[in-house]
Design a protein around this ligand. Structure first.
Ligand code: AMP
Length: 190
């Protein structure tokens, strides 16, 4: 019998919904590799790489980095041994329907199963409060508004994209990280 393929989970939710925290918990409890495109881009900016230079102004304004750059970064990362061995949980990717289409192809080539997308549901007022507390460079009121607007336009349609493929489940993201994780991990292991 062929071995079961490793899994790719996707965590969706507005910026500030707790995706990063939940993905870290999932990585530490199950071993799946947490890949955050936001973290990768911030590291590229810090390191002053070509991609970092191109991404900085876009990130500072709250806009989205181009699909081509993003798909390139993610496909390179997904092909690494740790992911092939343990599977992955994606945080911040896909963010547009084009990225979701590309992800499907990349995973197919690598023999990784797109298993489930989990939508962390937190309302606008709460995510704004959380982001302002976090105080990152791109966490100013104006940039936050732009990012939330783009979330509605570009990323929210992904909920339908995953749902129509039978791959979407939702979790109430408004509790403590531990409470939210209890519900999220039940979905992942079911
Ligand atoms: P995040 O930490 O996920 O909120 O990402 C911070 C910023 O990085 C976003 O506001 C975007 O400018 C950029 N970014 C991260 N992931 C993506 C993606 N999948 N597509 C386009 N831009 C992204």
């Amino acid at each position: 019998m062929a071995p079961e393929p490793v899994a790719c989970f996707v965590v969706l939710g507005r910026q500030g919904s707790g995706k990063g925290t939940q993905c870290e918990l999932l990585e530490s409890k199950t071993g799946v590799i947490h890949i955050s495109t936001g973290v990768m881009l911030r590291k590229a900016v810090e390191a002053g790489t070509e991609i970092g230079k191109q991404a900085k102004a876009i990130m500072d304004s709250g806009n989205l980095v181009g699909d081509e750059i993003m798909c390139g970064i993610v496909s390179e990362r997904l092909a690494q041994d740790d992911v092939i061995e343990k599977g992955t949980v994606l945080d911040g990717f896909p963010r547009t329907p084009a990225q979701a289409e590309a992800l499907t192809e990349i995973l197919e080539e690598l023999g990784i199963e797109l298993r489930l997308a989990i939508n962390l549901e937190v309302d606008d007022a709460q995510v704004i409060e959380r982001m302002l507390e976090r105080g990152r460079d791109d966490d100013t009121q104006e940039v936050i508004e732009r990012r939330l607007q783009l979330y509605e336009q570009e990323t929210a349609p992904l909920l339908d994209w995953f749902n129509s493929r039978g791959l979407l489940k939702s979790v109430d993201g408004s509790g403590t990280p531990e409470e939210v994780f209890e519900n999220l991990s039940a979905l992942v292991s079911s």
